[in-house]
Design a protein around this ligand. Structure first.
Ligand code: FES
Length: 146
């Protein structure tokens, strides 16, 4: 009888712990998407990014490209095994296994299986640029400024 009671209490305790862990994981999944989370990265002023240049942001492993009317951000993470790609005169090259990407991030030669990832950019009320590393977009989706 005591053994049954012990097993029952143990099962209830373990179920409670598992429920608490699941609840914490569930809550954290949604809480990191709030504005100002680490996935929404403030990049600085527009003037920090030279025109017609891909500027590497090492801290977040992205390139920010600015032209005369817009900015956009592309991941520097190779889609093969995750090395950091480097700029070439006409695209990106992975130093690990030699994948090449065009300026729009599309794969020119493998082993990279897919194109580089682009992220949504926005401008804060104070004028600074922000990139959302949770919001995947495409090379044609750029932040146009006037
Ligand atoms: Fe880039 Fe392999 S990690 S080609």
């Amino acid at each position: 009888m005591k053994r049954r009671l012990f097993v029952r209490k143990l099962a209830i305790t373990l179920s409670s712990i598992a429920g608490a862990i699941i609840g914490i994981v569930f809550f954290r999944q949604f809480s990191h998407k709030r504005a100002g989370s680490v996935k929404q990265v403030r990049l600085g002023e527009l003037s920090d990014f030279p025109v017609d240049t891909y500027t590497f942001i090492e801290e977040h492993n992205i390139f920010v490209y600015r032209d005369h009317e817009s900015v956009k951000a592309v991941s520097a993470v190779c889609t093969h095994l995750g090395c950091t790609v480097q700029r070439t005169t006409d695209g990106f090259e992975c130093p690990c296994h030699g994948s090449y990407y065009a300026n729009d991030g599309s794969v020119i030669s493998g082993p990279a299986p897919t194109d580089l990832v682009w992220y949504k950019m926005s401008r804060l009320p104070d004028g600074r640029l922000m990139v959302d590393l949770d919001a995947v977009t495409g090379p044609d989706d750029k932040l146009i400024f006037t």
